[in-house]
Structures are given as C-alpha cells and as structure tokens.
Write a protein that binds this ligand. Sequence first.
Ligand code: PDD
Length: 278
Amino acid sequence: RTVFVNGEYLPESEGKISIFDRGFLFADGVYEVSAVINGKLVDYAAHMERLGRSLKELRMAWPCTRDELDVMHAELIKRNALTEGIIYMQVTRGAADRTFNFPKGEVTPTLIAFTQAMSLVSNPNAVTGIKVITTPDLRWARRDIKTVMLLAPALGKQEAYEKGAQEAWMVEDGFVTEGTSSNAYIVKDGKVITRHLSNEILAGCTRRALMRLAKEEGVEIIERKFTVEEALAADEAFLTSASQFVMPIVEIDGKRIGGGQPGPVVRKLRELFLKEAT
Ligand code: PDD
C-alpha cells in the first residue's frame, strides 16, 4: 500500500511518525473514515465538515487546506487502485516535548492517511444481519468529537467478538447511546427511533444521509433516546456507519429481534442508501 505521511506518499513500511507525537502519547488527535465505492468517495463533504468541527473543538489547526485534503484522498485512491473500501485519515496536534498542556510555540500537526480495501456493498452480514451485545458506556463526556481516544470502544468491540457478536451497543443510565463505531436504531410499528444528537454521541455522516433519504421516502424517524428493554422488544434494529452503511441487527444480548431476519424497514433503507452511493 501507498500511505500518506505529512505531505509524502510512501510505501506503508516507510510511513513513520515521532514517538513524541501527541496522538500517540495523549490521544490528542482526531480522525475520519470515508467509504469508497467504485473508486468514488461517499458522503465526503460531510466527513470534511465534521473534521473541521472536531479540530475546532480541540483548538487544533487544520494541517493543510481543504483542497490539499481532497488531493490526498484522490491520490490515495489512484495510487492504491482502490475501487471499494475506506480511507482513514488522522490529524494530531503534532510532536513536542511531553507536557499535558498544549506545547508552546509553533507545532506542526501530524497528518496521516491510508486506504483499506474492503467489500462494502456485497457484505454478507447485510444479508443475514448481525448480532450485538450491550455493555456499559465507559467513554468521556465529549463523544461528539471524533477523537482517536478509542480504548473504551476497542474493549467493547472485543467483548462483542468474544461473545460471538459483531458490535456492542453502549449503555448509559439504561439508555443505548450508540455502537462502538456506529449509530444505533430500532424500529417499532414502522417508525425508526434513534438517539437525538448531543455531546453523548457522534453525529454520524451516514446517520445524516439516512435521515434525508428516510424523509424523502416518507419513513418517519423519531430522534429520542431508547432503553435496552425497548430495543429487545423492537420489530427491527440496525446500525449505520461509513464502513457498514445501513446494517441489520437480528440479535441483541442473545435475544432474537424481528424473528431473527432483517426486517422490511432496514432492507429498504439499506437499498436506498446503496442506490444513492453506487
Ligand atoms: N466510526 N458513532 C461512533 C462512536 C463512531 O465511531 C462512528 C464511525 C459512528 C458513525 O459515523 P459515520 O456514519 O460518520 O461513520 C457513530 C468509524 C466508521 C470508525 O471509527 O471506523
């Protein structure tokens, strides 16, 4: 693979950053994951908009211009002949002597990016549906910022895999916040329910696209928090993310949802999303 490191395109084995990088020492950095289908980026403008917001919230500078980021994404697709998969990009505050407070003086932000070829459209999980478990939400209070501080999500996802599931829904005060790397939805009596945006969850770009598509199609989406009990009694459940798009869930904590088959609402919404993205 050819990767991008601070302005250079390099073979992945040559991509190196400092041991003093604040992303490494403090998780002082933000990231974005954008999907690529047929060599084209999906929802890219929304991802760049959210990146700008994340940077601003952490009082970090843009590492380069938006045009340069566009070129970086396009070059990585071209140099890796990527037709389907994702582009991961990360910006950190940069490398400096280790102090908790921001380093004094000019520090050059670190910008890295790489591709991962993946089969996203014909993902077999979308046919069968996936299993999720629930686990306490151990994250900090600013989950609206897409930081690289991902230890709690990594532990949650690992717990899910060890229990034979593919995702963990994180729970706070009895309510589902979101998945470790996705937004969470249930369907009851034909209506979709998903948590409202706040500091407690990440504003998903796929969520935003889905809200628009659902509205166009006349599918009602109610934005409110829902409990684990409600989820267990739902007709359907699903998740959204840049890499999974709209993914049916057929089991929560070992209990079958909707008879253990992807339901009509989620199948319809995935189809709508793919129709627009492909
Ligand atoms: N994760 N919530 C969390 C906590 C996430 O990490 C993500 C994305 C989402 C969905 O956002 P979007 O639709 O913009 O991808 C929600 C990415 C895919 C990841 O970390 O790999």
